[in-house]
Ligand binder design. Sequence first.
Ligand SMILES: C[S@@+](CC[C@H](N)C(=O)[O-])C[C@H]1O[C@@H](n2cnc3c(N)ncnc32)[C@H](O)[C@@H]1O
Length: 262
Amino acid sequence: MQPPTVHLVGAGPGDPELLTLKAARLLQLADVVVHDRLVGEGVLALIQPRARRIDVGKAPGRHALRQEEINRLLLELAAPDRVVVRLKGGDPFVFGRGGEEALFLLRHGIAVEVVPGITAAAGCAASALIPLTHRGLATGVRFVTGHCREDEPLELDWHGLADPETTLVVYMGLAQIDRIAARLIGAGLPPATPAAAIAEGTTARERVVRAPLAAIGEAARAARLGSPTLFVIGRVVEALAVPLEAPRPAAGLARLEVAGHA
Ligand SMILES: C[S@@+](CC[C@H](N)C(=O)[O-])C[C@H]1O[C@@H](n2cnc3c(N)ncnc32)[C@H](O)[C@@H]1O
């Protein structure tokens, strides 16, 4: 008999073909799937019809479950021989509160398995042809959150982050991007530093906007980018910029299927 277990599974950034084999297998086996709003429809389609699906994400006009309520729900659902999947966008341990859920469950004697997912930074950067590190342009990469409460200042290590040798990826930064850009520039990052805003990365609705750091907020607004949007700041944004329109694959594996290789 399997002890009560919750599988904390990363759903990746949207494209279902970016799921790990392990995640796809667990979705096939799941008796119940507790998922967030950010999990793409293509991924949710892999859940078996017999499985119970519980959406705990925020949808317009609908109350989202608070974190404590989600923790309690997972605890209630966990039972011997029941496959409980907690499906989270991207990677469960990158700005996903997966650590909090795992800690709560472990403290209550529930076994936890974590299945990593492709985090938005890796997925969106790949899709937009932005290498997060690149010899001669960036020796490191940092993931930060741009989220803060309305009434609170965004406190990050601006001087540490304003490093032209390091790529900066900002999650949840859409509402704060002007403040973030201003603080980075104030801390010494050149206003002309290349930046990109990637909305709905890796999905059919993906949009990529590039602009110098000083203008990226305005460019994102002009393009009416919505949630989810990720910002990449650093010289790597222009690393693969080529003068001619480079050929792009149609849509991942679809191209190979058309060519008869699938
Ligand atoms: C609460 S965080 C969750 C991050 C997730 N755990 C991960 O590893 O990607 C949500 C933020 O991730 C970013 N994000 C997630 N999926 C994205 C996508 N497909 N395109 C662009 N940004 C995305 C956005 O910045 C969004 O505000």
